[in-house]
Every structure is written in structure tokens, then in C-alpha cells.
Write a protein that binds this ligand. Structure first.
Ligand code: NAD
Length: 273
């Protein structure tokens, strides 16, 4: 089953479904990523903060897959804001991954009170121009941070990776992304598991003979979001991949979107420093 891609403003294409490795302990990461590759995932989302870039790199080498078959995203840690610090952190991530380039490099959080994200972005522009990051983007940026980059930066972010799930749909932020030509990546696409008991979701799942996770992931795909659910359980890794042989009707898309009750799980980016 082939995974659709989303064309980024960098001109490169990202597989719309990937595998996220947040909170996977380093010692379990290589096995989980290997299983994901075996199932057919070709897009891995990691971060310096997750402390498992080395193990992701190991799994890539062990896979025997060609580098250009795999899409790798990593992110700049919060302790490395500032142009020079960011360049150093980027080198460190590449070294841990054992790669000469990443497909996507992101600023993990804007940390607005520190006031360095524009300078930090200059480092990302630099590695993008060098070709060591094929695309660059941001994560947890609010509209005001995105507008600041539009005004003060030369390269536009290709993506913004934000918390997004049925009870927190980020409608306005997605509109801003559309206006600015930025693709939406949804973190915690399953609400970290909390959305799967919703009667709306379970009713649709039962009617379609699917699991709640498949229904929620399919909702993201049809909205145009890029997703990378996390699991260490082989059966769930497989289940989360098998979402391209069915479709949700408009009415079901609407009732899942109507679950939005402002249920943010993570920190408010403007207050997170
Ligand atoms: P998620 O929504 O992917 O939920 C993961 C949890 O859902 C699992 O731990 C498991 O408990 C459950 N689950 C997964 N598949 C399931 C299935 N088929 N059936 C039942 N339960 C299932 O949450 P996440 O891991 O926080 O987010 C996904 C990825 O997003 C992360 O791995 C990471 O790559 C990224 N992320 C980024 C940020 C950021 O600040 N940029 C923050 C959090 C996560």
C-alpha cells in the first residue's frame, strides 16, 4: 500500500504518514523503528530532545534501505537557540543519526520569552542552503511567530508541527498555514490515545469495520495533515499503517471535527519558555 505524499514549499515531498518516536526509550527504539520499516513506514519523526537519534540512525543502517527511500525529521533542542548554538546542535544530530543530511529539520519550540527564534531560524536557513537539510520548518509556532518569520526571514518554513487531534483541531492555525503556504504536521494525532474511546469515533469505527485509531488517523489524512503516530506495540504499528484502503464520508469527517472542545494536552507555546 503506498503512502501519499505532501509537496512542501521547498519542492520536496514528505510521506503523509510516518512513525513518531517520542517517549520510546533508547533501548527500544531500534526495534520499534525496524518493525515500522518492515510494515512499510518510510518516514521517521525524532528530535534531539527524545534522546534516541542514535538508535534511529542504527535502525536506518540495519534496514538495508537506500537513504533516499527514507524520510528523516529531527528537531533542534530548546537549549540550542541562537545561530551558532543551532549550527552546532544540527551537526550533533547529524552525527548521532549517522547521516550527511536530514530531510526536514525543525525548531522544536519558539520559546518566545528568550526571543531568539529568528536568529535560530537563520541557522536553519544556512543548513538548508547547504543542502544538509532538504527542508526546514518549525514546531509549536503560533500565528504571531509565523508572521514574524514571514516578515524577518528569507526562507519560509515548510511545515509547522503542532498539537492537533479531534478534540483540538487547530482550525485557525490551519487557516494561517494555508495563507502562508506551510504544511500542517499533527503531533499527538491520537490525542496520545485519549481520543480513542470517544463514542463518536467508536461508532464510526464499528460501522466501517475499522479500529478507532484507524478512523482518527484517516480523519487527519483527509484533512491534509501529516501524521506520525507513536507505538511500540507491533500490532498497533501495523494497524496505524493500514488506513489507505477506506474513506470517511463528509458527514463522518464533520462529526469527528465537531469533537473539538479546546482540549490542549501540551503546553501553550506562548507561555512555554
Ligand atoms: P500519539 O497521539 O501518537 O499517541 C501515542 C499513544 O497512543 C501510544 O503511546 C499508545 O498509548 C496509543 N496508541 C498508538 N497507537 C494505538 C492504537 N492503534 N490503538 C490504541 N492506542 C494506540 O502521541 P505522541 O506520541 O505524543 O505523538 C506522535 C508523535 O508526534 C511523537 O512520537 C513525536 O514524533 C511527535 N511529537 C511532537 C511534539 C512536538 O512538540 N513537536 C510533541 C509530542 C509528540
Amino acid at each position: 500500500m503506498s503512502v501519499p505524499t505532501v509537496k512542501l514549499n521547498s519542492g520536496t515531498e514528505i510521506p503523509q504518514l510516518g512513525f513518531g518516536v517520542f517517549q520510546i526509550p533508547p533501548e527500544d527504539t531500534a526495534a520499534a523503528v525496524a518493525h515500522a520499516f518492515g510494515v512499510g513506514y518510510r518516514h521517521i519523526d525524532t528530535a534531539a530532545m527524545y534522546d534516541n537519534e542514535g538508535q534511529v540512525g542504527q535502525a536506518i543502517r540495519d534496514s538495508g534501505l537506500d537513504r533516499d527511500e527514507i524520510y528523516v525529521t529531527t528537531k533542534l533542542n530548546n537549549d540550542a537557540h541562537g545561530r551558532d548554538e543551532a549550527l552546532r546542535a544540527f551537526d550533533e544530530s547529524l552525527q548521532l543519526l549517522g547521516l550527511d543530511h536530514v530531510d526536514l529539520y525543525l525548531i522544536h519550540w519558539p520559546l518566545p520569552e528568550r526571543g531568539l527564534y529568528v536568529q535560530t531560524w537563520q541557522a536553519l536557513e544556512h543548513v538548508y542552503r547547504e543542502g544538509r537539510a532538504k527542508a526546514v520548518g518549525v514546531s509549536n509556532f503560533q500565528p504571531n511567530h509565523l508572521h514574524r518569520l514571514r516578515d524577518d526571514a528569507e526562507v519560509a518554513p515548510a511545515v509547522n508541527q503542532v498539537e492537533l487531534h479531534p478534540t483540538f483541531t487547530q482550525h485557525e492555525l490551519r487557516q494561517t498555514h494555508k495563507e502562508l503556504g506551510i504544511a500542517t504536521e499533527a503531533w499527538a494525532p491520537l490525542g496520545q490515545g485519549s481520543e480513542l474511546d470517544s463514542p463518536t469515533v467508536t461508532e464510526i469505527a464499528e460501522r466501517l469495520g475499522r479500529t478507532p485509531a484507524q478512523v482518527v488517523l484517516r480523519w487527519h489524512i483527509q484533512l491534509g495533515n501529516i501524521v506520525f503516530p507513536k507505538s511500540v506495540t507491533p500490532a498497533r504499528i501495523e494497524e496505524n499503517f493500514n488506513i489507505f484502503d477506506f474513506e470517511l464520508e463528509v458527514a463522518d469527517m464533520g462529526s469527528i471535527g465537531a469533537l473539538d472542545d479546546g482540549n490542549r494536552i501540551g503546553p501553550v507555546p506562548d507561555d512555554f519558555n
